[in-house]
Write a new protein. Structure first.
Length: 293
C-alpha cells in the first residue's frame, strides 16, 4: 500500500483529525539525499507535519522551515494540493547516537530557533506565521504554532522508525484539532486519552495503521477523504533559469567570464541541470534589456 493522507471526523466528538502514512516518501528522501539516521527522522517528521497541514488544500502549497541551534541547522519541507512532498536537511550527514533507543531529533534540531509556516493559496500574498521553537521535537513545535499563532488548539504526533541500516521502516503522524462546538468535557477526555496513549512510533512498530490509531483515540470515525502522497520534486530547467535571473547581472557576467557551462544540482532531488554558455548569454541579454526598458 502506498503513502496517503486521510481527513476524518469523529462521530462522537467535536474534533477534526488528519492522519498520514508516508514511509515510502521519507525513505525516498533518505535515499536521494543520503541522510544520516537522525537527519532522516527529523526530515521525516517535518514532511509528515507539512503533509498534515496540506490536508485542507484545494489549491496551492504549504511550506515549513525549521531553523534551530542544533547541528542539523535547518529543515525545509513542502507539500502541495496534489499530494506531492519534498524537503531537505541543511546538514544531512549529522550523526548523533540514539538515546534510550530513540534518535535524538530534539537535540539535532535544537531548542533555540523558530518554526516558520507559509501557506500559499495562489493569491497575491501568501499567509505566513512564525513562532519560537519549544522543544525541537517538531510535533510539539507544530502543535504549539497552530495553537498560538493560528488560534486552533491542536494535538500532534509525528513518528519515524529507522532500521539499523538506515532504511525507513515506518513514518506517519496525526493532527487533532478542536472545533468551536467542543465542550470542556470533550477536551479533558482527549487530553487524558493522549496523556496515557503509547508513543506513535510504538504503535506504528506494532503494525497499527493511522486509521486504527485515530479510532483508538477518538472512537468511531468517518473518513471524509483519502489522498495519495508521493515524494516528488517540482524542480525544472525553467525554475533553474528563473533562479539565475534572480542572481542578477553581475553574477551572470561572472559565470559568462568563466566560459564553461553552468551545472546546477537540485538540493531536494539531486537532479543535475546544465545551462549552456549560449543560454547564459541570452539570460544576461534579457536582464540588460529589462533594466534599460
Amino acid at each position: 500500500m502506498g503513502d496517503y493522507l486521510i481527513r476524518v471526523l469523529p462521530k462522537k466528538f467535536n474534533f477534526r483529525a488528519f492522519g498520514v502514512c508516508l514511509t515510502q516518501a521519507v525513505d525516498e528522501a533518505r535515499r536521494l539525499q543520503n541522510l544520516s539516521p537522525v537527519a532522516t527522522a527529523a526530515l521525516g517528521r517535518a514532511l509528515a507535519g507539512v503533509a498534515l497541514l496540506s490536508a485542507d488544500l484545494k489549491f496551492g502549497k504549504v511550506f515549513m522551515q525549521i531553523k534551530g541551534d542544533g547541528p542539523l541547522k535547518e529543515i525545509l519541507a513542502e507539500a502541495n494540493h496534489e499530494g506531492h512532498l519534498r524537503g531537505l536537511v541543511r546538514n544531512p550527514q549529522v550523526d548523533l547516537p540514539p538515546k534510550n533507543k530513540k534518535l535524538p531529533v530534539g537535540l539535532a534540531v535544537g531548542q533555540k530557533g523558530f518554526i516558520n509556516i507559509i501557506r500559499d493559496y495562489g493569491l497575491k500574498e501568501p499567509y505566513q506565521g512564525s513562532i519560537a521553537l519549544v522543544s525541537g521535537e517538531i510535533a510539539e513545535d507544530l502543535a504549539y504554532y497552530l495553537t498560538v499563532s493560528e488560534q486552533v488548539p491542536s494535538a500532534c504526533a509525528l513518528g519515524v522508525l529507522v532500521d539499523v541500516d538506515g532504511k525507513v521502516l515506518q513514518a506517519g503522524g496525526y493532527l487533532i484539532q478542536k472545533l468551536p462546538e467542543a465542550t470542556e468535557e470533550e477536551i479533558s477526555y482527549l487530553e487524558e486519552k493522549l496523556r496515557n496513549y503509547p508513543p506513535l512510533t510504538t504503535q506504528l512498530q506494532a503494525g497499527k495503521s493511522i486509521e486504527e490509531i485515530l479510532t483508538e483515540l477518538l472512537g468511531e470515525i468517518e473518513i471524509l477523504e483519502k489522498r495519495a502522497l508521493y515524494y516528488k520534486c517540482t524542480c525544472s530547467l525553467e525554475r533553474v533559469e528563473e533562479t539565475l535571473l534572480a542572481l542578477g547581472e553581475k553574477e551572470l557576467t561572472e559565470v559568462l567570464a568563466e566560459g564553461i557551462p553552468l551545472m546546477v544540482t537540485c538540493n531536494f532531488c539531486q537532479k543535475a541541470y546544465e545551462v549552456p554558455i549560449e543560454r547564459v548569454k541570452e539570460l544576461l541579454k534579457y536582464l540588460r534589456e529589462k533594466d534599460h526598458a
